[in-house]
Write a protein that binds this ligand. Structure first.
Ligand code: KPL
Length: 312
């Protein structure tokens, strides 16, 4: 598990339940806690799980499977370390939020590995919250979708991950058209993440106004961008998807809210920024999405100004 934040840590714990031997590569404080006390999961199916932990992959054996669970903004730097440390690259799961993730990762690999790399894009809906080093919460049930590009046969590596998670409590479902599912998740993230991060509210608050109205405005602009990109989502279908996730993850802090609070970069560019760019490439502006990107970037700037050492 490379990059064990909230989601990666939940995956790591659940995979040990399925009988696998798991090593997480994570930040020093998380590694120290895990080594001393194990990995603690709160929320559903709580417990303390024995996983190995390391700060770097140098010196680790090439694993049978790699789950790359860093955030989108850490993908580029991670791929350098991974390509150097693990050769040939094992089957690698990419469960990030956002659009165009596998093309981006593939682009970081050297030739000839680039074309044949066993990358498996996955869409994750497991609500996980970072509590402290060594401790995360799984706020509800969720699943992983893996699959093929439309019209292609499912990639054999997708089944590898379905088998790996068997018995873990996280179902892996193979779907026929993964790019459509990637868009479906992007619509949900485009509606939930900026609004929850902007106002500091739990996902469940989006069931009510004024947040509901803001989320719907973002959802419908994102639908417009998806349609321009060749993926039509009806209004009723998109709203049903949104409110299903809002209710299923009601007690969760969205990953963007957690990133803001933890002083990290956010995925606003990979989610809303990409949606905006795809619409712009068709000469269409999405004003609510543009404002959401500006507001989140402004939060980040304000936060970083407050944290910066003051000169006298
Ligand atoms: O993917 C998520 C995220 O926070 O990034 C949802 C599904 C919105 C859960 O919080």
């Amino acid at each position: 598990m490379f990059g064990a934040g909230a989601t990666g840590s939940v995956f790591a714990a659940r995979l040990t339940t399925a009988g696998h031997s798991v090593t997480v590569v994570a930040r020093a404080a998380h590694v120290a806690e895990i080594r001393a006390h194990g990995l603690t999961i709160e929320g559903i199916r709580p417990g303390r799980f024995a996983v190995s932990a390391a700060e770097r992959i140098a010196g680790l054996p090439v694993p049978e499977a790699l789950l790359l669970t860093v955030k989108t903004f850490d993908l580029d730097s991670s791929m350098g370390e991974i390509a150097e440390g693990f050769s040939p690259l094992p089957p690698t799961l990419l469960p990030q939020n956002g659009l165009g993730i596998d093309e981006r990762v593939r682009g970081r690999l050297p030739e000839p590995a680039r074309r044949s790399a066993p990358l498996v894009r996955a869409i994750a809906s497991v609500p996980a919250t970072w509590l402290a080093p060594g401790r995360v919460r799984q706020a509800g049930e969720g699943e992983l979708l893996v699959g093929a590009h439309s019209g292609n046969a499912p990639h054999p590596w997708a089944s590898t991950f379905r088998e790996l998670f068997r018995g873990s409590g996280i179902p892996v479902r193979e779907v026929a058209d993964l790019p459509r599912e990637e868009w479906r998740k992007a619509l949900v993230n485009a509606a939930i993440n900026p609004v929850t991060a902007d106002h500091g509210v739990l996902n469940g608050r989006l069931a009510d106004d004024p947040w509901r109205g803001q989320a719907l405005a973002l959802l419908h602009e994102a639908r417009h961008s998806a349609a321009l990109d060749g993926f039509e989502f009806g209004e009723a279908e998109a709203e049903a998807d949104l409110f299903r996730v809002v209710h299923a993850t009601a007690e969760n802090r969205s990953s963007m809210l957690q990133d803001l609070e933890r002083g990290r970069a956010t995925e606003i560019d990979a989610i809303s920024g990409t949606i905006l760019e795809r619409a712009w490439s068709h000469h269409v502006d999405l004003p609510a999405t543009r404002r959401a990107v500006d507001r989140i970037n402004e939060h980040v700037r304000r936060r970083d100004r407050l944290r910066a050492p003051q000169s006298s």
